[in-house]
Design a protein around this ligand. Structure first.
Ligand SMILES: *[C@@H]1O[C@H](CO)[C@@H](O)[C@H](O)[C@H]1NC(C)=O
Ligand SMILES: *[C@@H]1O[C@H](CO)[C@@H](O)[C@H](O)[C@H]1NC(C)=O
Ligand SMILES: [Cu+2]
Length: 143
C-alpha cells in the first residue's frame, strides 16, 4: 500500500502536462494559444507551421523587441531560428522550471515580428497581463 508521503512525492510527475502551442498558424505572426498557465515540470512544445521564427524569452516592458539571443532570464530560453519554409514543422520544447511569468516573442526581422504582436506568455498575472505585454511589444522601439 502507498504511504501518503510516497503518494505526494509522485504527484508532480503524474500531473506533469504536455502543452502544445502552434507558431505561425495561417501564415500569421502568432502563437496559439497566446498564453498558458503551467506548473514546474510541464513541457511546452512549440510547433512552427509557417515562415521562419524563433521562440525566445524577452522583457515584459521596456526593451521587448527583438528578444536577445539566448533570451531574457532568469530561466530564459531561446529556440534559435526554426524554419518551416521547406515544408517541415520543426518543434522546440521548453520544460517549465518555475511558476514565474515568462514573456516570449520572436527574434526574426530585427524585431518586426515581435512588434507585429507575435507574443506569448507563460503564467501571466493580474499585475502583468498578456494584453499589457502585447501592448508593450507593439509599442517597443527598434533596438
Ligand atoms: C531563418 O532566419 C534566420 C534569421 O533571419 C536566417 O539566418 C536563416 O537563414 C533563416 N533560415 C532559412 C532556412 O531561411
Ligand atoms: C530588459 O529590461 C531591463 C530593464 O529595463 C534592461 O536593463 C535590459 O537591458 C533588458 N534586456 C534586454 C535583453 O533588452
Ligand atoms: Cu517570427
Amino acid at each position: 500500500m502507498f504511504s501518503k508521503a510516497l503518494f505526494l512525492a509522485l504527484i508532480p510527475s503524474i500531473l506533469a502536462a504536455n502543452i502544445a502551442v502552434t507558431v505561425g498558424a495561417d501564415n500569421g505572426f502568432t502563437f496559439t494559444p497566446t498564453s498558458v498557465a503551467a506548473n514546474a515540470g510541464d513541457d511546452i512544445t512549440f510547433t512552427v507551421v509557417s515562415r521562419n521564427h524563433s521562440i525566445t524569452s524577452t522583457n515584459f516592458s521596456g526593451a521587448v523587441c527583438p528578444p536577445p539571443v539566448g533570451g531574457v532570464g532568469p530561466n530564459g530560453f531561446d529556440s534559435g531560428f526554426l524554419s518551416a519554409l521547406d515544408g517541415s514543422q520543426p518543434t522546440f520544447t521548453y520544460t517549465v522550471v518555475d511558476t514565474e511569468p515568462h514573456w516570449v516573442s520572436c527574434m526574426q526581422a530585427a524585431g518586426a515580428h515581435c512588434r507585429a504582436g507575435m507574443t506569448f506568455a507563460i503564467n501571466p498575472t493580474a499585475d502583468q497581463t498578456y494584453e499589457e505585454f502585447l501592448f508593450n511589444a507593439e509599442h517597443s522601439l527598434s533596438s
